[in-house]
Design a protein around this ligand. Structure first.
Ligand code: ADP
Ligand code: MG
Length: 389
């Protein structure tokens, strides 16, 4: 089975509802065959969850692979578990999805009823009491912001919402310098206060807003894995779009095979997420990819995309077109792939090596940089991409 990191663009809310920005996501399981790139266009049959069993040659007599896909966090999720019992597999998969749903309800920027919305509404007014999960992910997020020198900043929302990325580009637009400047005045992760004892979170200035779109899916995968493990499952793979976490080995006795999407697929390709340029095996690790090809538009030859540099408020132009990070947990791979994309090849590689994590960074000239550990463990399938000297 090949699980691809792909670029499936989805929205936390449909554009038709007029509710602010889209969050965008990648990844896919090739076994599912074709799918559209927007939630709104998913055929009904895809929305219905399916549970099926794959019998692989060479597998043990009893263990089987059970896989179910659902739409959650406004994107395509797939949970695969190895088990000797259909019942146990179903319970574990349900438990995994229940966790993802819970994280979605707590953290969705676009939902009026999420805890993130409550914190944002009370910015500059009062601290808000939150759940353990929200408290935990906010503390982790702040640690990431510190570790990345602010390249990952969860308070970017006032700038993010100035940007418009429409499906057919007809309504895509670059905000004015003034609008970006105004938004940037409200961006500063150091102005988030987390009071662990009181379980309260406070944003210091009125107008500040949290958006955990760059870390929530990885965290959701972590929580799902925790729940699946707690049900005695020995191996599973949780993919929330491009944020993927695996544990144990699949039926072939190997780590889970994962593909990374070609950041420059042939123009006109209607299934760019099926175009992968490299594959690797993932064992007890998470992988996430961030790139400038997932949600973007081009005006006057310049590419504008959804990963913003908190220093400028404009799309990051770091010399990278794709950054994949492999880490023990999904919240780390998710946030750090975004941060490394912003930081660029030199600073990004240095950060990963300092943190003891792995990465596959693709420069604009299609040279691929690998952290030391990955050398010899990645197969490059597309001859346009070459390892950097
Ligand atoms: P995706 O959501 O497509 O998986 P990422 O994980 O890279 O991609 O997250 C990008 C999202 O994170 C953006 O859509 C935006 O909501 C938010 N974001 C953009 N730039 C940053 C940044 N520098 N720091 C934190 N969040 C960001
Ligand atoms: Mg990310």
């Amino acid at each position: 089975m090949i699980l691809k990191v792909r670029s499936q663009k989805t929205e936390y809310r449909s554009q038709e509802t007029g509710k602010k920005k889209k969050s965008e996501v990648r990844s896919q399981n090739t076994d599912h065959g074709p799918r559209t790139t927007k939630l709104l266009f998913f055929p009904v049959c895809v929305l219905c969850s399916v549970l099926f069993v794959l019998f692989l040659s060479g597998c043990s007599k009893k263990d089987q692979m059970f896989k179910e896909s659902r739409i959650l966090m406004d994107t395509y999720c797939t949970i695969t578990v190895v088990s000797d019992s259909r019942e146990k597999a179903r319970e574990a998969i349900d438990a995994g999805y229940a966790e993802i749903k819970k994280i979605e309800l707590l953290l969705n920027y676009f939902s009026e009823t999420s805890e993130i919305a409550a914190i944002n509404k009370a910015a500059g007014v009062r601290p808000v009491r939150v759940s353990d999960e929200t408290l935990e992910i906010l503390k982790k997020t702040i640690d990431i912001s510190i570790a990345t020198g602010g390249a990952f900043d969860p308070t970017l929302a006032p700038v993010i919402k100035q940007w418009k990325f429409s499906k057919d580009n007809s309504e895509s637009s670059v905000p004015s310098d003034r609008a970006v400047r105004e938004g940037l005045r409200l961006v500063d992760y150091r102005k988030i206060t987390v009071d662990t004892d009181a379980s309260k979170v406070y944003l210091r200035d009125r107008g500040m807003e949290l958006d955990l779109g760059g870390i929530a899916k990885g965290y959701g995968a972590d929580k799902a894995v925790e729940a699946i493990r707690a049900r005695g499952i020995k191996a599973a793979l949780v993919a929330i779009a491009g944020d993927i976490r695996g544990f144990g080995v699949n039926l072939s006795g190997q780590g889970w095979k994962v593909g990374i999407q070609n950041p420059r697929p042939a123009s006109g390709s209607d299934r760019p997420w099926e175009d992968i340029f490299a594959v690797l095996h993932l064992k007890d690790r998470a992988i996430s990819t961030s790139g400038d090809y997932q949600r973007f538009f081009i005006i006057n030859g310049r590419r504008y995309h959804h990963i913003l540099d908190p220093d400028t408020g404009f799309s990051a132009e770091s010399g990278l077109i794709s950054a994949s990070v492999i880490a023990p947990e999904g919240y780390l791979s998710d946030s750090l792939s975004t941060a490394v994309f912003v930081m660029g090849p030199e600073r990004g590689m240095k950060l990963l090596e300092t943190m003891g994590l792995d990465g596959i960074l693709v420069r604009a000239d299609k040279r691929v940089l690998l952290t030391g550990n990955l050398k010899g463990k990645i197969e490059i399938l597309n001859s346009e991409y070459k390892l950097a000297e």
